[in-house]
Design a protein around this ligand. Structure first.
Ligand code: CP
Length: 305
């Protein structure tokens, strides 16, 4: 049976640990993997803008010896003429071996997966899920901290629309000793379904607060997020909330010396550029982890050893 990745919860903890181990092996010996996907094609179907996700998927496939086809905006595909996601996926499956899809509508990659016989990877669907960003985050945390358990993880910013935070919580709650500190303005708190169905349902310790500086000394990981302009109905609300949290060097005064600062990027204004030279700033190393974990995922879904 073909495998897809639509939601991070499609993967068991064992699956995740295996993907991380393969990614580590690729980092250690990239030449071993250089021909693994010869004659295979990845289709990147991006109906929404992307820099990291699309280009890291494409780099991943090229570094596995494969090829890439696709589009980077809906308007350059027949979606502009009204073609459905299902028909597009069925068509692309005639040309490619695996699909990575980003779409503004929640559930679109699931529709694509049900319409084709080839694996479909959700590369971000609306405010819902972004499982390959979560795999990227997990590899980054594993490399930076040497573990995925016994961590206090602060998630800061737009926790309502931030799909990467929802997926991160859904993945990390399975590791023992993980505690979440959720830092956001009142209007952008974590959705009720994440609070009840994941955190409370699994007895995960969590704290909700507005005050980043007060909780900074507790944090092992600080996961900053952008306020998602594209998800707001009202521009005035976005402008009022967009600079709710700006991480500046003075705010790190009481942070742990081995804090790891992550951000899925793109950054707008929520981390001052002055932080970039702090060794605790991991977000550009995180980008590179995205390529390696996507290489591991492509191999797994294509069944390539
Ligand atoms: N992190 C992330 O999804 O970045 P892009 O939107 O640039 O792909």
């Amino acid at each position: 049976m073909k495998k897809d990745l639509i939601d991070i919860q499609d993967l068991s903890r064992e699956d995740i640990d295996e993907l991380i181990a393969v990614a580590e092996d690729i980092i250690a010996d990239p030449d071993k993997y250089a021909e693994k996907c010869r004659r295979k094609k990845l289709a990147t179907l991006f109906y929404e803008p992307s820099t990291r996700t699309r280009l890291s998927f494409e780099a991943a496939m090229y570094e596995l010896g494969g090829q890439v086809i696709g589009f980077s905006e809906a308007n350059s595909s027949s979606a502009a003429k009204g073609e459905s996601v299902a028909d597009t996926a069925r068509t692309v499956a005639c040309f490619a071996d695996i699909i990575a899809m980003r779409h503004p509508k929640e559930g679109a990659p699931m529709v694509a997966a049900r319409s084709t016989h080839i694996p479909v990877i959700n590369a971000g669907d609306g405010g819902h899920n972004h499982p390959t960003q979560t795999l990227t985050d997990l590899l980054t945390i594993a490399r930076e901290k040497g573990r995925l358990d016994d961590l206090t993880i602060g998630c800061c910013g737009d926790l309502k629309f931030g799909r990467t935070v929802h997926s991160l919580i859904a993945a990390m709650h399975r590791y023992p000793g993980v505690r979440f500190v959720l830092i956001s303005p009142e209007e952008l708190v974590i959705p009720e379904h994440v609070r009840t169905d994941i955190l409370q349902a699994n007895n995960i310790e969590f704290l909700e607060t507005r005050d980043l500086e007060a909780v900074m000394p507790e944090l092992d990981i600080l996961y900053m997020t952008r306020v998602q302009r594209e998800r707001f109905f009202n521009e005035a609300d976005y402008i009022r909330l967009k600079d709710s949290y700006i991480l500046t060097p003075d705010k790190l005064t009481y942070a742990k010396p081995d804090l790891a600062i992550l951000h899925p990027l793109p950054r707008v204004n929520e981390i001052a550029v002055a932080i970039d030279s702090d060794p605790r700033a991991c977000y550009f190393r995180q980008v590179l982890c995205g390529k390696y974990i996507r290489m591991a995922l492509i191999l797994k879904l294509l069944g390539v050893k």
